[in-house]
Design a protein around this ligand. Structure first.
Ligand code: ATP
Length: 212
């Protein structure tokens, strides 16, 4: 299976939640991929510093991965210095797997911010881009995406990179920001975050009473 395609989901995962996991697993089915790789960002460049440390966010991603055998976690962004640029991560994957189909999964909000990412124009040469619907967002595709867009996801398995696919997953209105606010106030988050991750958050007192 060493040439089987991989769907890559990078994120801050502060904390990881079902708004990441459910649409990502639905995407696997929709595009016929068998493996989802979660890549926690050590130092996300475009936002304020996370509340949980990179090691804690990695640990939560690993606990979430235990819930489904299709999910794995890659910790390479924690082994680099400086901001966690996606371009660097994808270059590193490409070096490891020169011909393997890779697809970068992004939420619809990230789709519209994509052109602010470092060396964003080079990213589609390294991986396909798959955007998943996110509630609250509904704008037309940016030009870089529409010119690469395909309707039939089969191509995502045949070519290593270069295409854009918009996947209509079931809307899931959860965000890490609203979950941190609930956890800060000590409110229930069951059903929004995997149980093992909730236990970890409680054991490590990650968000309770912590202001951003
Ligand atoms: P925050 O609220 O802290 O910004 P987030 O959950 O939006 O957190 P990340 O953890 O960085 O952000 O998300 C990683 C990726 O998952 C991003 O591309 C984001 O767009 C996407 N994503 C997050 N939540 C959802 C959701 N509910 N539906 C679809 N995509 C999502």
């Amino acid at each position: 299976m060493s040439h089987s395609p991989i769907l890559i989901l990078g994120g801050t995962f502060d904390p990881i939640h079902f708004g990441h996991l459910k649409p990502a697993l639905e995407t696997l089915d929709a595009i016929g991929y068998a493996q989802l790789l979660l890549v926690p960002a050590a130092r996300p460049p475009h936002r304020r510093a996370p509340l949980a440390t990179a090691e804690q966010r990695l640990a939560m991603a690993r606990l979430a991965a235990d819930t489904d055998k299709r999910i794995e976690v890659d910790d390479r962004e924690l082994h680099r210095q400086g901001p966690s640029w996606t371009i660097d991560t994808l270059q590193s994957f490409r070096k490891q797997w020169p011909q393997r189909p890779l697809a970068l999964l992004i939420g619809e909000d990230s789709l519209h911010q994509f052109s602010t990412w470092k060396h964003w124009q080079d990213i589609p040469q390294l991986a396909h881009i798959v955007a998943m619907h996110r509630p609250g967002e509904q704008r037309s595709l940016p030009q870089w995406a529409s010119k690469r867009a395909i309707q039939n996801p089969e191509i995502l398995k045949k070519q290593p990179a270069g295409r854009f696919f918009f996947v209509k997953v079931s809307p899931n209105p959860v965000s890490a920001t609203t979950l941190r606010a609930r956890l800060r106030r000590g409110e229930d988050v069951s059903g929004m975050i995997p149980d093992k991750v909730i236990d970890y958050i409680q054991q490590n007192q990650l968000y309770r009473g912590k202001h951003e």
